[in-house]
Design a binder for this molecule. Structure first.
Ligand code: PMV
Length: 328
């Protein structure tokens, strides 16, 4: 009754921001993302008849909020109910990147936990079912289940809101150079951020164009049109942050360094030095999206920017998978 799974974090090109149902995490709009090759979570789950309660831990992390543990236990309860078994579990998770800084740790964490826990308790789900199961704990986790480039169809109910593979990882050689500018955990969770989205006077205007944006982006991806793709993803990131900035209370996820790097990226592009585009999730990290052939040049350029904490280069990756190397 023991299983281990590894799942990638993902970066959204068209962002999910705001839910139409907060309990089942059904989003107001569909979203598109890429799974990341070098930022992932590994999770081992063992259900043990001798345990009197769940025992949940994070490997190598000193600060773990009680809320994080609670959220994991809620998922374990869902797994137990689904399998109709009253067994407690020992759970260990290891992230290979800093948590809650704008790299989706809840996505990789809950995708890995879903696959590991369901396998450990003896349940095998289809990719679609697993994506739905992961979504119930963290919206973006549903996008870390399939391989490569992914669309999360918002759907109209829990059964129809899931992510599927648009293109395999080798469809397009584009990279996400993640620039971590602060390792401090963000103060406002994304759960809270989603809840505030419709307090922005601009939120309805955002939603009105989302379907069009999604179909445009899919076209650019199909044609591997990097310039049009880049412009659109940068615009969508700014649009999402405009919602955050104009919510009540306002959410400002950026640090001064975030803005400095955004401006650098625009300058490299306008001066025709190197073409790349930024996208930013709910945190200060900047994701520099570029073609693989330009990764070295971007890394070199980033060396001239002071105060960067870490740079992680990612290509497109497969989604959640089982591993036979357990954490305990
Ligand atoms: O962490 P979640 O699943 O509550 O949502 C975060 C959403 C963003 O990362 C900000 C955007 C996205 O689509 O990934």
């Amino acid at each position: 009754m023991k299983a281990t799974a590894v799942a990638p974090a993902n970066i959204a090109f068209i962002k999910y921001w705001g839910k139409s149902d907060s309990k089942t995490r059904i989003p107001h709009n569909s979203s598109i993302s890429m799974n990341l090759s070098h930022v992932h979570s590994k999770c081992t789950v063992e259900f043990d008849p001798l345990l009197k309660q769940d025992d949940v831990g994070f490997v190598g992390e000193e600060i773990v909020k009680p809320k994080e543990i609670e959220r994991i236990i809620v998922m374990l309860d869902r797994v137990r109910k689904f399998a109709n078994k009253k067994l407690f579990a020992l759970v260990k998770t290891r992230n290979n990147f800093p948590k809650a800084t704008g790299i989706a740790s809840s996505a990789s964490g809950f995708a890995a936990l879903s696959l590991a826990a369901l396998t450990a308790i003896g349940k095998k789900l289809s990719g679609k079912e697993l994506s739905i199961f992961a979504r119930l704990s963290s919206g973006t986790a549903c996008r870390s289940i399939p391989d490569g480039f992914v669309e999360w169809k918002k759907g109209t109910s829990s059964e129809t809101s899931y992510a599927y593979e648009l293109y395999s990882p080798d469809w397009w050689e584009i990279c996400d150079v993640v620039v971590v500018v602060s390792k401090k955990m963000k103060k406002v969770s994304t759960t809270e951020g989603h809840r505030l989205a419709d307090t922005s006077p601009f939120y309805q205007a955002r939603l009105a164009v989302m379907n069009e944006k999604i179909s445009q982006l899919k076209k650019y991806m199909y044609n591997r049109n990097f310039s049009s793709f880049g412009k659109l993803i940068e615009e969508d990131a700014l649009n999402m942050h405009a919602i955050c900035l104009t919510s009540t209370p306002a959410l400002i996820y950026w640090e001064p360094k975030t803005i400095e790097i955004m401006k650098q990226i625009i300058e490299w592009r306008e001066s025709k030095e190197v073409e790349s585009y930024f996208t930013i999730d709910a945190g200060p990290s900047v994701h520099v999206i570029c073609e693989k052939k330009n990764v070295n040049q971007i890394q070199e350029k980033l060396k001239d920017v002071s105060g960067i904490q870490q740079v992680i280069v990612n290509s497109s990756s497969i989604g959640a998978r089982l591993s036979d190397k357990h954490l305990f």
